[in-house]
Design a protein around this ligand. Structure first.
Ligand SMILES: *Cc1c(COP(=O)(O)O)cnc(C)c1O
Length: 369
């Protein structure tokens, strides 16, 4: 089983057992039978410690990530677990242009405990001494919302030379798009709320690592911190994962078409999608990504223009988050990202390409300036 589609469809599904369900439901239980005196404590004894439905999903994602997966209640819970576990014995290096809550978590919750937080741009040119005394480097590539790209292998080598660990937020790429562990990262973290689950009905995250002892520490941290996913969410995520290969292929093709279409419009500037041959990040992205992602960004003149674009579109929903079946767009400055007022993060969905491109063209034409 080597192909992406086969691995997505079959991941986590074990050998069939006579008469048992092909698609077993979620195990909705907080407590489990402990047996009698002398029986060993089973793997499943309490719902905060472990759950059979989590393990099925963890097997599937871990196979795709090339490591051991630990699922969490959300992407932020996964990031928080990594920062708490590995980010306290020295400085913490984070992207200045990545997901905003990772930064505020570091500054507002770890900072007061004496952790020094340093910010670096995803695209590189890091200050010479930024890794001195660092315990953990977190990269996000492609970054959200900037769609910039960091060189994972180079960052892993630099972090390790400085005695730091490297975590990569792989949300935008998904495990099919990029394999941070194979490129040298110590942690692959992701919000599976986005493309991995893919249907906009689940909040979930995970961390994958190559080292079994580190995975065990993450599981203990999950149990202590209590940021555990519900079995229903894990089950839905596993169901969604089955079609990730198909969805990502359509989303990436649609992203390419939308990027090309918007780039032709005179009111649009700064189109970024790593798959565009002339994108500043294309060369490094092409080296380290296996497949392109379905999210792009572009800039309209101002907030008003974005409002007109969204009002005129019939297929593009105004919504935050990304990676779902339906195309959506989000004006990122409204959430406090340090970007132009007209910057739009566009999540290409699974519509037919010609319908989506026609709709986007018509919506751009409705902007009166
Ligand atoms: C959404 C997102 C997160 C946070 O994930 P949640 O599942 O919403 O907690 C972290 N990193 C990136 C890049 C994201 O897009």
């Amino acid at each position: 089983m080597t192909g992406d589609g086969t691995r997505c469809v079959h991941g986590g599904h074990g050998e069939g057992v006579l008469g048992e369900a092909l698609h077993p439901g979620p195990v909705l239980s907080s407590t489990f039978h402990l047996g009698g005196p002398g029986d060993p404590t089973p793997t499943d004894f309490y719902g905060r410690a472990d759950n059979p439905t989590w393990r099925v999903l963890e097997a599937a994602i871990g196979d795709l990530d090339g490591g051991e997966c630990v699922v969490f209640a959300s992407g932020m819970a996964a990031i928080a677990a990594v920062l708490r576990l590995a980010g306290r014995d020295g400085a913490l290096v984070l992207p200045s242009d990545g997901y905003y809550l990772a930064r505020s978590l570091a500054h507002d919750e770890l900072g007061p405990f004496g952790v020094e937080v340093r910010e670096v741009p995803t695209a590189g040119e890091w200050p010479a001494k930024v890794l001195d005394g660092a315990a953990l480097v977190l990269l996000e590539t492609p970054s959200n919302p900037g769609l910039d790209v960091a060189d994972i292998a180079a960052a892993a080598a630099a972090a390790h030379a400085a005695g730091a660990l490297l975590a990569v937020d792989n949300t935008t790429a998904t495990p099919l798009g990029q394999q941070p562990l194979a490129l040298g990262a110590d942690f692959a973290v992701a919000s599976d709320t986005k493309a991995l689950s893919g249907h906009g009905d689940v909040v979930l995250g995970h961390v994958s690592v190559r080292d079994g002892a580190l995975a065990a520490r993450l599981r203990e941290a999950r149990s202590r911190g209590g940021a555990v996913p519900g079995p229903m969410e894990a089950w839905l995520a596993h169901r969604g994962l089955g079609t990730l290969d198909l969805r990502l292929a359509r989303q990436a093709a649609n992203a390419a078409a939308v990027a090309a279409a918007v780039a032709e419009h005179p009111l649009v500037s700064d189109v970024r999608w790593p798959g565009l041959p002339h994108d500043p990040a294309h060369a490094v992205a092409a080296r380290q990504m296996r497949r392109w992602n379905g999210v792009l960004r572009f800039t309209l003149p101002d907030e008003h223009a974005v409002g007109q674009f969204l009002a005129a579109s019939r297929l593009v929903t105004s919504a935050t988050s990304f990676g779902g079946l339906r195309s959506s767009a989000d004006r990122r400055q409204r959430w406090g990202d340090d970007v132009a007022p007209g910057l739009v993060r566009f999540s290409a969905g699974c519509e037919d390409e010609h319908d989506l491109v026609a709709d986007v063209r018509a919506a751009l034409a409705a902007i009166t300036g």
